[in-house]
Write a protein that binds this ligand. Structure first.
Ligand code: ZN
Ligand code: ZN
Length: 256
């Protein structure tokens, strides 16, 4: 199995997984990079997995379904271009002979789902859309901080080796904020240097891993003592009233 992030728009990735003959893609906001990759690698598109309804994740569905006949799977609690197979927490799907489990991860949108496979050639794989980003998390457009915190907590409990395939290349900008709230975290400093070197060469910083995110992502560590101290300095009253996670998310929204 080959896993490729196809760049789309300014900072999206359409993840493609293929076995040399057949392919699946996740969140095709644009059909063009997918069609180009299918042609280049001589692949047949079998499945389209969709995490949530935003246009930059769904805009290519019509064209791809019409040109390839691929089956579309998407969130049961949101509407994406029909027809598609609606999925919710605990349901399984099989494509390319691989089994994926569906996780409900509301927060960024109300019905956001993620796709988890426990074993793809020895390593687990997660397609998490705009819920978990490397060193960050999605904005709360439709859900509450409590929902997002719970969604992230469940993702953080996945096996440490899980490869985390996020939909946006936001890592460097997330790291600037992460270092502002957690400046003495040596894993974070090392990771920033690593990601900067990758971006300088035009390479993706993704996939990340659950192990790494547990160590460096402030949204998975909002109650860690150094982050609590930073939140207290940022807005002690807000921290007391709203809790660590909601205050951290608000700070990130305001951070420039
Ligand atoms: Zn989104
Ligand atoms: Zn997005």
């Amino acid at each position: 199995m080959t896993l490729i992030p196809l760049p789309a728009f300014s900072d999206n990735y359409v993840w493609m997984l293929h076995d040399g003959r057949e392919a699946l893609v996740v969140d095709p906001g644009d059909a063009a990079p997918v069609l180009q990759a299918l042609q280049q690698e001589d692949l047949e598109l079998r499945s389209i997995l969709v995490t949530h309804h935003h246009a930059d994740h769904t805009g290519g569905i019509h064209t791809l379904r019409d040109t390839t006949g691929a089956q579309v799977w998407g969130p049961a609690r949101e509407s994406i271009p029909a027809p598609y197979q609606p999925l919710a927490q605990g349901q399984q799907l099989t494509c390319l002979g691989l089994s994926f489990e569906v996780l409900d991860v509301p927060g960024h949108t109300a019905g956001h789902i993620a796709f988890y496979s426990a074993d793809i050639e020895g390593a687990p794989l997660l397609f998490c859309g705009d819920t978990l980003f490397s060193a960050g998390c999605g904005r709360l457009f439709e859900g509450t901080p409590e929902q997002m915190e719970d969604s992230l907590r469940r993702l953080a409990m996945l096996p440490a080796a899980t490869r985390v395939c996020c939909t946006h290349e936001y890592t460097l900008s997330n790291l600037r904020f992460a270092l502002a709230v957690d400046p003495d975290n040596t894993d974070l400093l090392a990771y920033q240097a690593h990601c900067q070197a990758l971006r300088d060469r035009g390479l993706p910083t993704l996939p990340s891993s659950i192990d790494l995110e547990r160590r460096i992502n402030p949204f998975l560590r909002a109650s860690a003592p150094p982050i609590l101290a930073a939140l207290h300095a940022f807005d002690a009253a807000g921290l007391a009233h709203d809790g660590a996670f909601a205050t951290l998310r608000r700070w990130k929204n305001e951070y420039r």
